[in-house]
Design a protein around this ligand. Structure first.
Ligand code: NDP
Ligand code: VSD
Length: 308
């Protein structure tokens, strides 16, 4: 019965489409670029470091056989460089705003310029990309009469704010508001927005993050387990192909998605049913998790105060 309530619907094909992925030289972005190329997409990847981009291009070529991988060296904070890269790359069918940086630290101890740096890249960089890509994407869907997709890489830290992630969660929660408003603005052009919410994922970025992550962040983030980049890439691409607005990547992520469904669009009747029936239960689970986190934080401080 809920089926009539689910919208918008679309099936996005990766084969013979142009997939533009930022942060495509490492981690989740590289895994998505490789998987999309294997499915027959023409892939363009953008990042700052050209050497790493060239290495990624060689790896994608080796793993997919595609010799038409495009690379674009640009910093997403530079709107002109982003616009130039998209101009060079040509019209995009699937835009994946995957780039991101994350340095967890207690707000009190984190430098303001590190906080601004994260928001600048994760949020403003995504604005630059969408603003530069949208006109040609609209022309493209009108011309091909095929649906387009704008995928935005959030995080489970974009569904629940946890210790050490004040700046990071702020930048990832913001992408939710961007995505919901954008979906209204582009649905008329048959463009579908997908927000991806991975847990900790084994990437060079996570390795870097572990060097500085506060103990409490490890404990809380660790609750949602970890995933391999290839598995997150598969979940992300499946969500994009079925034009899902909220794309969880593991079981805890599905619980989080139900608990935080809010007013997001839902294109699956089954998920709509689960959301309608399960939200109360998930809210109860969420309260249990929060209760547990506050106890963990309390005992952590009690232990540390004793040792101080
Ligand atoms: N790993 C994890 O645990 C999780 C990651 N995520 C999200 O997934 C995305 C990818 O993460 P992950 O694969 O781990 O990250 P990595 O650090 O492995 O890769 C980040 C990529 O983004 C590029 N990048 C970083 N800053 C910029 C910039 N200013 N302009 C252009 N490109 C940039 C990097 O290339 P270069 O440095 O050359 O610019 C690199 O290609 C991020 O948005 C992250 O928030 C979400 C949940 C979990
Ligand atoms: C209904 C209640 C369900 C509760 C589920 C479990 C709670 C999840 C805890 C948050 C995990 C945060 C991972 C951040 C990963 C990330 O983004 C960093 N590695 C930086 O990229």
């Amino acid at each position: 019965a809920l089926a009539f309530l689910t919208r918008p619907h679309a099936r996005i094909a990766l084969k013979d489409s142009h997939v533009f992925i930022t942060g495509g030289s490492s981690g989740i972005g590289l895994a998505m670029a490789t998987a999309a190329a294997r499915e027959g997409a023409r892939v363009s990847i953008l990042a700052r470091n050209l050497a790493r981009l060239e290495e990624a291009r060689a790896a994608i070529q080796r793993d997919s056989g595609r010799d038409d991988v495009g690379v674009h060296a640009a910093d997403v904070r530079d709107a002109d460089a982003v616009a130039r890269a998209l101009q060079e790359a040509g019209p995009v069918d699937v835009l994946v705003c995957n780039h991101g940086v994350f340095v967890p630290q207690e707000l009190e101890r984190q430098d303001m310029d590190e906080i601004k740096w994260m928001v600048d890249i994760n949020l403003m960089g995504t604005f630059h990309l969408i603003k530069a890509a949208l006109p040609a994407m609209k022309a493209r869907t009108r011309e091909t009469r095929l649906p387009g997709s704008i995928a935005i890489m959030s995080s489970q830290a974009g569904q629940v704010g946890i210790y050490g992630y004040t700046a990071y969660s702020a930048s990832k929660f913001a992408l939710r508001g961007l995505g919901e408003a954008l979906q209204h603005e582009v649905v008329g052009d048959n463009i579908h927005v997908s927000l991806i919410f991975p847990p900790d994922t084994e990437t060079p970025g996570l390795e870097e993050e572990h060097k500085r992550r506060p103990e409490l962040t490890n404990i809380i983030a660790g609750l949602s387990g970890g995933m391999k980049a290839d598995d997150v890439a598969k979940k992300a691409l499946d969500g994009i192909k079925s034009a899902k607005f909220i794309v969880p990547c593991n079981f805890e992520g599905t619980m989080l998605a139900v608990a935080t469904a809010g007013l997001s669009p839902q294109s699956s009747a089954l998920m709509a049913f689960i959301e309608v029936i399960g939200t109360g239960l998930m809210r109860f689970a969420a309260l249990c998790f929060q209760w547990n986190w506050f106890s963990t934080i309390e005992s952590y401080y009690a232990k540390n105060k004793k040792s101080q």
